[in-house]
Ligand binder design. Structure first.
Ligand code: GDP
Length: 525
């Protein structure tokens, strides 16, 4: 590709994640989008595939057993002249650091909310990461084919709970069985749920925001109610401020129904008008790598082992930040300065894997890894060293003490821990004086996955003893006195030997602060 072609390709990319609480409709909406992109032909394919192709892998056994998606996969399709990469973030309660890190690899996010439930805990956590990154966030209020909460009520919840301004792009005309359509403020038209002409579900609004006087909807009281509400939001609501959208300070909100495919395509089209092109990335030495720079660079945000047990492979997921990837190219690994040839690469399409020959900034590729890569690594071609800013660490909230069941098998135990910890989904600590192993994770599932993999991949049976929820707080080593440790605040050290306390609860932390007012405690986030 020459420079102009490359820039053209990069500018076509839109890379985003869909965040939601389990059951809000993330899979359903993703599937509708894949349908528009012509990747799948019928609804139901994504879920079916989840238990099909990958079910062969025993890694997926856990998914099957618990009926959840552990891995965040990537789906790519073309729509409206754009190439779209959707990164899936696992939607179950027991999600992991991987889920958070996936959000480091996207340029914007779509938040799907179950309109009967409003903001749920998982959405809130994921939203906060997006907010921290300052990326655009678009909201889809789903399930309006059922009785939902009042739209105004939902908007004020988003504003109050998430601390972000809202701008409704459309407004539901009724809800549940009484849902007549959507008043589309943005496109200045009404979309009907049951149009007379299936091929033309839209009625253009006149300059006063009205539909034709002879339209049956004009006689319906719900129409007047809708107009009153729209008038209210026009007068009292926020304006559609593009700068605020770009920084994630205002979220455009769309009402609709993923299941009945109502409002989804308009949502996608409108979203694509605003969704940013691949963003530029900052390096450790504060320089900026532009997305359409011709020199290839990228970073690894996730490593997943044994997606296919027949091959015992590890896959490193790379977000390409600049330039073009060609299969077989030589790159340098920033951390070690070592040269690596990228000959084995895959790309992910609606759950099937294909060898990828070329990819450009914005795309996500999977590299087969024989142990070269770590999460957060940068790779680049060209002579100038590129090391991207460090990925944030997310403080674990759950802890277990872990040991090998069979003391004779210490070697495989240590090897397994070493390698799995390197993947970054789980954190390892040791008690300060005894070298006992303690694991920390963001969600309970990570422990189960860890135990399963230790047994299956390293033949190491482990015993885990739950320590429950803890608050991890690092302490300046100069201020540390081992007498500060008690049963309510376990003293441990991390992999870099930095000391930290695991507090039983907020009360224990406050008690500690009261007793040692001069001691500084920090959380890593
Ligand atoms: P996920 O866990 O967020 O991926 O949620 P799914 O897409 O699997 O949806 C969870 C459940 O909600 C499924 O039974 C869907 O059929 C249902 N669902 C999804 N979208 C809608 C919708 O717009 N309306 C209704 N009534 N049900 C929906």
């Amino acid at each position: 590709m020459n420079n102009a072609e490359l820039a053209n390709e990069v500018n076509k990319r839109r890379t985003f994640a869909i965040i939601s609480h389990p059951d809000a409709g993330k899979t359903t909406i993703t599937e509708q989008m894949l349908l528009f992109g012509g990747v799948v032909r019928e609804a139901g394919t994504v879920k079916a595939k989840k238990s099909g192709t990958f079910a062969k892998s025993d890694w997926m056994e856990i998914e099957k057993k618990r009926g959840i998606s552990v891995t965040s996969s990537v789906m790519q399709f073309d729509y409206d002249g754009k190439r779209i990469n959707i990164l899936d973030t696992p939607g179950h309660e027991d999600f992991s650091e991987d889920t958070y890190r996936t959000l480091m690899a996207v340029d914007s996010a779509v938040m799907v909310i179950d309109a009967a439930k409003g903001i749920e805990p998982q959405t809130k956590k994921l939203f906060q990461i997006c907010k921290m990154r300052g990326i655009p966030i678009f909201t889809f209020m789903n399930k309006f084919d059922r009785d939902a909460r009042e739209p105004l009520d939902l908007l004020s919840e988003v504003e109050d709970v998430l601390g972000v301004e809202t701008y409704p792009m459309n407004w539901p005309i009724g809800m549940g069985r009484g849902l007549k359509g959507l008043y589309d403020r943005y496109n200045h038209r009404v979309a009907l749920t049951h149009p007379e002409d299936e091929n033309n579900p839209y009625i253009q609004l006149d300059k006063d925001g009205q539909i034709p006087a002879d339209h049956p909807l004009r006689q319906d009281s719900i129409w007047q109610e809708t107009l009153d509400e729209v008038e209210l939001i026009e007068a009292a609501g926020n304006s559609l401020d593009e700068d605020k959208i770009a920084t994630g300070d205002l979220t455009p909100v769309f009402f609709g129904s993923a299941l009945t495919n109502f409002g989804v395509e308009t949502f996608l089209q409108t979203y694509l008008n605003y969704a940013p092109k691949p963003s530029n990335h900052k390096t450790l030495d504060e320089s900026i790598i532009k997305a359409n720079d011709t020199v290839f660079s990228g970073f690894i945000f996730k490593i997943q082992a044994n997606m296919n047990p027949q091959h015992r492979d590890r896959i490193a997921f790379v977000r390409i930040c600049s330039g073009e990837f060609d299969r077989g190219m030589d790159v340098t690994l920033g951390r070690t300065g070592k040269g690596i040839r990228l000959s084995n690469s895959t790309q992910f399409m609606a759950d099937s894997r294909e060898i990828v020959e070329t990819a450009v900034a914005g795309d996500i590729i999977g590299l087969y890894d024989t142990g070269n890569f770590q999460i957060g690594d940068s790779i680049y071609s060209g002579k100038n060293k590129v090391e991207f800013e460090k990925l944030p660490q997310f403080t674990p909230e759950l802890f277990v003490r872990v040991m090998a069941k069979n003391v004779m098998k210490q070697k495989s135990f240590h090897k397994g821990i070493e390698q799995l910890v390197q993947e970054g989904a789980i954190q390892l600590y040791r008690s300060y004086n005894s070298n006992e192993y303690i694991l920390g994770a963001v969600g309970q599932l990570q422990f189960e996955v860890f135990q399963f993999r230790m047994l299956n991949e390293y033949n190491s049976e482990i015993v885990m003893e739950s320590l429950g929820h803890k608050t991890a707080r690092w302490i300046n080593p100069d201020q540390l006195d081992e007498k500060m440790a008690s049963t309510r605040n376990l003293l441990v050290k991390d992999r870099q030997d930095a000391p930290l306390f695991l507090f039983e609860n907020k009360f224990a932390e406050n008690w500690f602060k009261g007793k040692y007012p001069d001691v500084e405690l920090t959380s890593k986030l």
